[in-house]
Design a protein around this ligand. Structure first.
Ligand SMILES: *[C@@H]1O[C@H](CO)[C@@H](O)[C@H](O)[C@H]1NC(C)=O
Ligand SMILES: *[C@@H]1O[C@H](CO)[C@@H](O)[C@H](O)[C@H]1NC(C)=O
Ligand SMILES: *[C@@H]1O[C@H](CO)[C@@H](O)[C@H](O)[C@H]1NC(C)=O
Ligand SMILES: *[C@@H]1O[C@H](CO)[C@@H](O)[C@H](O)[C@H]1NC(C)=O
Ligand SMILES: *[C@@H]1O[C@H](CO)[C@@H](O)[C@H](O)[C@H]1NC(C)=O
Length: 257
């Protein structure tokens, strides 16, 4: 009897584990949790799916809201347009938008003219789309979180907003990073590039990971502030790291290769 109970318990446990594993597979935001700053008014959920009644918000929130999105009353600067098979960015985005959720759609390109109208943007969440590249975002001076995990990106954009704190580009097809790509991102503390196609340089091949993308040179004040760097799932190994990487990435707390 005791044995059978145990077996049942084990099975239940296993089912729970499998269930939570599959749930996090779909929306794991690159595998590193998000720390929410409620004092800044940051929303504490990344999706309203199966959490809140969208129709209620539409009926009761006087704020203008694109038809493809949900606008919760409690986070007036957040726009939830995730999980709805959108092929394009919604238009008429309120210019007060700070948190834009577009994950799990079918978007293959961003519209720079639509984005140009929302300059207060702080988070742009684009995981699980079909993006081949990102438009120039350098005018998004408030942008601090840019997530585009699970897309079809082939390179890291060469000009990124200077205030970026987190850049999550895991599980794309990135095979090149331009020199200095991260150099001016002094607030960047988290960079996810795992599951891409980076490899250290081989002759005639551009597929490299090069410390010069973080620091072209380093000194007492010029170094990368990146603390978490994930590079596993590329064609690289720890031995291939340039010998001088520690001078540049000197505040790194964890690195995965
Ligand atoms: C996504 O877009 C592609 C082409 O752009 C299309 O073939 C596919 O059916 C779309 N998928 C969904 C779920 O809408
Ligand atoms: C941008 O904002 C201006 C002024 O509010 C508006 O006229 C224009 O249509 C907007 N552009 C887009 C692409 O939404
Ligand atoms: C960025 O802003 C400048 C000045 O407002 C403008 O000239 C430029 O076209 C903008 N770039 C993009 C990509 O929106
Ligand atoms: C970087 O962060 C600091 C402190 O939060 C802020 O004052 C500064 O403006 C940020 N840098 C950029 C380029 O946004
Ligand atoms: C890294 O990039 C710099 C600047 O582009 C280049 O001079 C150097 O040869 C590269 N290092 C390797 C190991 O490819």
């Amino acid at each position: 009897m005791a044995v059978r109970c145990c077996a049942v318990l084990l099975l239940l446990l296993l089912l729970c584990v499998l269930d939570s594993a599959s749930a996090t597979d779909v929306a794991d935001y690159g595998g590193v949790p998000l720390w929410i700053n409620r004092l800044l008014g940051e929303p504490s959920v990344m999706s309203l799916q199966e959490r809140m009644d969208a129709a209620w918000f539409r009926a009761n929130n006087p704020q203008s809201c694109p038809i493809q999105c949900d606008c919760p009353i409690q986070w007036p600067t957040a726009l939830y347009c995730d999980h709805r098979g959108l092929a394009d960015m919604p238009d008429h985005l309120p210019d007060t938008t700070q948190y834009l959720f577009l994950q799990s759609n079918n978007i293959s390109s961003l519209s720079s003219s639509l984005l140009a109208n929302i300059t207060a943007l702080r988070w742009l969440i684009l995981d699980h789309n079909q993006l081949l590249d990102l438009v120039t975002l350098q005018n998004q001076t408030q942008l601090c979180y840019l997530f585009a995990n699970h897309n079809l990106l082939r390179s890291v954009p060469s000009v990124l907003p200077a205030g970026l704190k987190q850049l999550r580009l895991a599980h794309n097809q990135i095979s090149s990073i331009s020199p200095g790509a991260f150099q001016n991102l002094h607030n960047l503390t988290l960079l996810l590039l795992q599951g891409n196609q980076l490899q250290t340089i081989t002759e005639g091949d551009l597929k490299e990971f090069n410390v010069s993308s973080f620091c072209r040179e380093w000194g007492p004040l010029s170094y990368s502030r990146v603390k978490i760097l994930r590079l596993e799932g590329n064609r690289m190994s720890y031995q291939q790291l340039p010998s001088d990487w520690a001078f540049c990435l000197r505040v790194l707390e964890s690195i995965y290769i």
